[in-house]
Design a protein around this ligand. Structure first.
Ligand SMILES: [Zn+2]
Length: 416
């Protein structure tokens, strides 16, 4: 794994580099030995402080740009489609007024509150009843009987305000009981005080293109430099930066499959995380899924170059939605690995979630200490689009706790 100095070619690469992936500015890989994926690879570029890299693949940089762009669009579309309808208004419809009578009658709540378990994508009368009940305690859902993103948000926001409830967006017996208490005035709920509302992003995309879409919670102007960057729970996001010179100790290359051969710096992870990744990949192998590691450690300098090139192509505002600024990428911690599968051409796209590998990872990553750092529907908390491929090591216990509660690292730490 000798990484040779790239010199001037390296600079040239950085300049024309355009590798962005939704993955917090992630560059992908490639190398001549993997021609099959030529459509997705990005260039590897060198980087870093201590590890100038070989630039074998740099020539491919420009040709990849197109694909990367497509990839980004895909992600954007996915994101948009998640945010569809389910808008407010309509608080009073006949159902809610009917229910007003019943709500004073504690025993008669089957009418009001379905006994079914309901969650995302469910439809019908029962969902409508839940929407109506939520509206009666202050939410503003369209009572259309569709358990879409707005209803999901409201259920989670409601759950987030009751410590007894899991924040999982599932309307089941526990949520039902507490919702009943709320309807009876036995406890009070403040819509929006549990989980930030996703809709804010939507409005901004449509209306206020001048504004930084992340202003709501991830204002990078308020960045704090992380004081303990080597902690397994270090929170790195658009408001918490790693120190510029921070290079993790004990970076090693995990013994797992990569879709390219070259010993690039991005193969590296911190020893502890690398060991955990090896165990996870071995278990996956046994279960019949074929995982590939695509991109791990990335230096501050490297991230700076990637972000600059993204800004050049997309403008700062847009770049900010899928690419991290230097110091704001988790890849600098050495605790992160982007994983993928052959089925999707080793790309880093949300399609990964639908592959056997993606499904297995979602189910089992936490057993090895990893979380899916940018989950679906949490963009307004994490500041990033859904990235089913981006795994962050936090240690087994915490990973399990985060996974079970279906929350983000921000929520787990109670910080944003
Ligand atoms: Zn990533």
């Amino acid at each position: 794994m000798r990484l040779k100095n790239a010199g001037l070619p390296l600079l040239a690469v950085i300049l024309c580099l355009t590798v962005l992936t939704a993955c917090t500015g992630n560059e992908q890989t490639v190398n001549e030995s993997t021609k099959q994926q030529s459509d997705q690879e990005e260039t590897e570029t060198p980087n870093t402080v201590s590890d100038p890299t070989n630039d074998k693949t740099s020539k491919q940089a420009n040709s990849k740009q197109q694909d990367d762009d497509n990839q980004n669009k895909d992600n954007t579309n996915n994101n948009a489609s998640q945010q569809e309808k389910d808008e407010p208004e309509n608080k009073k419809n006949k159902e809610s007024s009917n229910n007003d009578n019943a709500s004073s009658d504690n025993d008669d709540d089957e009418e009001l509150l379905p006994n079914d378990t309901l969650t995302e994508s469910d439809q019908g009368k029962q969902v409508k009843k839940v929407q109506s009940a939520l509206n009666r305690i202050g939410y503003s859902l369209t009572e259309d009987g569709v358990f879409g993103p707005a209803t999901m948000w409201a259920v989670k926001d409601f759950q987030a305000q009751q410590s007894a409830l899991k924040i999982d967006g599932v309307y089941g017996p526990g949520t039902r009981d507490i919702l009943k208490e709320a309807l009876n005035g036995q406890l009070s709920i403040t819509p929006g005080s549990g989980i930030k509302k996703e809709k804010q992003n939507e409005e901004q995309n449509e209306e206020k293109s001048e504004e930084n879409p992340d202003d709501n919670q991830n204002n990078q102007n308020q960045s704090n430099v992380i004081s303990d960057p080597s902690s397994f729970l270090a929170l790195v996001n658009k408001s918490h930066q790693l120190p510029a010179g921070y290079v993790p100790d004990n970076l090693v290359i995990p013994d797992v499959s990569f879709p390219f051969d070259a010993d690039l710096p991005k193969k590296q992870m911190r020893q502890t995380a690398a060991n955990a990744l090896e165990k996870m990949f071995a278990a996956g192998d046994k279960a019949g899924v074929d995982l590939f590691a695509q991109s791990g450690y990335r230096s501050y300098d490297r991230q700076e170059a990637i972000f600059a090139s993204n800004v050049q192509d997309h403008g700062k505002q847009e770049a900010n939605q899928f690419s991290a600024q230097a110091g704001e990428s988790e890849h600098q911690t050495g605790l992160t690995m982007d994983v993928t599968s052959a089925d999707i051409g080793f790309k880093l796209t949300s399609e990964f979630a639908n592959t056997d590998e993606g499904e297995w990872v979602k189910q089992h990553a936490s057993e090895y200490g990893f979380i899916i750092r940018y989950p679906k529907g949490k963009t307004n908390i994490t500041g990033y689009q859904y990235e089913p491929w981006h795994l962050r090591y936090v240690g087994k216990n915490d990973a399990k706790a985060i996974d079970e509660q279906n929350i983000t690292l921000e929520e787990f730490l109670g910080v944003r």
